[in-house]
Ligand binder design. Structure first.
Ligand SMILES: Cc1cc2nc3c(=O)[nH]c(=O)nc-3n(C[C@H](O)[C@H](O)[C@H](O)COP(=O)(O)OP(=O)(O)OC[C@H]3O[C@@H](n4cnc5c(N)ncnc54)[C@H](O)[C@@H]3O)c2cc1C
Length: 399
């Protein structure tokens, strides 16, 4: 078996892995990124769409500035319930906006940059095992596009390999603690060829369940509606999808969605999870490998970017000092934001969705919660602070 060596082995070439790679390359630190999928497949997988201003700062700082030209800055979002809109003025309440910029574009920007700079990113490279995780010469076993088994040894292993992380799941149960919560609902996500129905994201709670109206381009939109986790998208034709979406946003103001062909449909399950610790010896987890959130609060991609900013700072210290104790700071420094995002995502999800067995009392209580929130400036600010990410991604080193 062919064995190679590098300084940092980054497992996973999603946004977390490629952003870290970009920062390592800028610092002149030799590394290899191993990514199981092809570039084309990742480019065509629709996922997140909202970036906090702090995440945009991080991308721009890393040299991925196209978001400022092609992204759409959103100064507010709309909560819709009882058929009425209630706008949350993000900028007015916090001084911060968010940016609509698809995850696929974040990925393309970082992958283009890596390609143009000759960074060693290997596509169709699947990591199958972790070697000597706690030693000074850790490594991974991986399979290339031709099915040939290989080994990569490094000073450090980074698990940026998403929610099914090999680095996470090969850790013995006795060495990790997973905090998790599953939800009794999922999102039915569609990409449609239609004009925009609203200038800002609309989070709609209705008697039939939740719907999210969001935008992509002038001619393509991304919408979601709450469904059963076991829903089969193939049983839904365009007419049924539009009927359900229209029913969930209907109200006395006559708001209707602009319709068009549905070009993609998927069911997205909800799960909150956090694994601790995020560092074992010289291997560290980042992004979805370390934690997942339900998509309601738009936190997953933002949290992955925030993790990378902190991890890069920690690795810089480690490369300067060579002291493994500096790696221990990573988990401590990311933990507060991770748990705040867990709380925010869970709170938004529970407030806006109806469980299948929801009692009439609980349904009325949720609407009262939304009404109380929107009626008070303090309530609106609380939501706006969480939605925009509680300010810049700066985490003091001494915490
Ligand atoms: C439908 C959907 C909508 C979402 N909406 C939002 C949103 O609006 N806002 C938001 O902030 N977040 C959202 N998220 C979450 C967001 O997409 C994730 O949090 C984000 O992708 C995390 O980035 P990551 O790099 O950590 O993980 P990933 O993007 O999952 O990247 C991990 C990479 O590792 C690779 N990999 C996995 N296993 C291996 C292996 N064994 N060997 C080599 N490579 C491997 C995978 O192929 C993948 O490319 C959404 C997610 C989904 C699915």
């Amino acid at each position: 078996m062919k064995t190679e060596r590098t300084r940092v082995a980054v497992v996973g070439g999603g946004p977390a892995g490629l952003l870290l790679s970009r920062l390592l390359h800028r610092d002149g630190i030799e590394h290899v990124v191993l990514e199981a999928r092809s570039r084309k497949e990742i480019e065509n997988t629709h996922r997140a769409g909202i970036l906090e201003a702090g995440a945009v700062d991080a991308l721009v700082g890393a040299g991925a500035a196209r978001v400022l030209r092609d992204g759409d800055e959103h100064e507010g979002i709309v909560l819709r319930f009882d058929g009425e809109d209630h706008r949350i003025d993000l900028v007015g309440l916090t001084g911060r906006s968010v940016w609509l910029y698809p995850q696929t574009d974040v990925f393309i920007d970082l992958a283009d940059r890596a390609a143009s700079e000759g960074v060693d990113v290997r596509w169709l490279a699947t990591v199958t095992d972790v070697l000597d995780r706690d030693g000074r010469n850790p490594g991974v076993r991986w399979t290339d596009a031709d099915g040939v088994e290989r080994e990569l040894r490094a000073d450090l292993l980074i698990g940026a390999d998403g929610s099914r992380s090999v680095l996470r799941h090969t850790l013995p149960e006795s060495e990790r603690r997973t905090y998790a919560h599953a939800y009794p609902y999922a999102w039915f996500g569609v990409i449609v060829e239609a004009p925009q129905s609203a200038p800002e994201l609309v989070y709609a709670a209705s008697d039939r369940g939740f719907a999210l109206i969001s935008q992509r381009t002038p001619t393509r939109q991304r919408h979601y509606f709450q469904c059963d986790p076991d829903e089969n998208p193939d049983t839904w034709d365009d007419a049924r999808i539009w009927g359900e979406l229209q029913a969930r946003v209907a109200g006395p103001d006559g708001f209707t969605l602009a319709e068009g062909p549905v070009v993609e449909k998927t069911v997205l399950r909800f799960r909150s999870s956090v694994v601790e610790p995020v560092r074992h010896g010289r291997s560290l987890l980042v992004g979805d490998a370390a934690h997942t959130v339900p998509p309601t609060g738009a936190k997953g991609l933002n949290l992955a970017i925030a993790d990378v900013v902190v991890l890069h700072d920690v690795l810089t210290d480690w490369f300067r000092t060579g002291d493994d104790a500096t790696l221990a700071a990573y988990g401590r420094r990311v933990s507060e934001r991770v748990w705040r995002a867990q709380h925010f995502s869970s709170w938004m999800s529970r407030m806006l969705h109806s469980a299948a067995d929801e009692s009439p009392f609980e349904a009325r209580r949720r609407v009262a919660e939304l009404r109380t929130l929107c009626a008070s400036e303090a309530g609106r600010r609380h939501l706006a602070e969480g939605y925009t990410g509680w300010g810049p991604i700066t985490v003091p080193k001494d915490r």
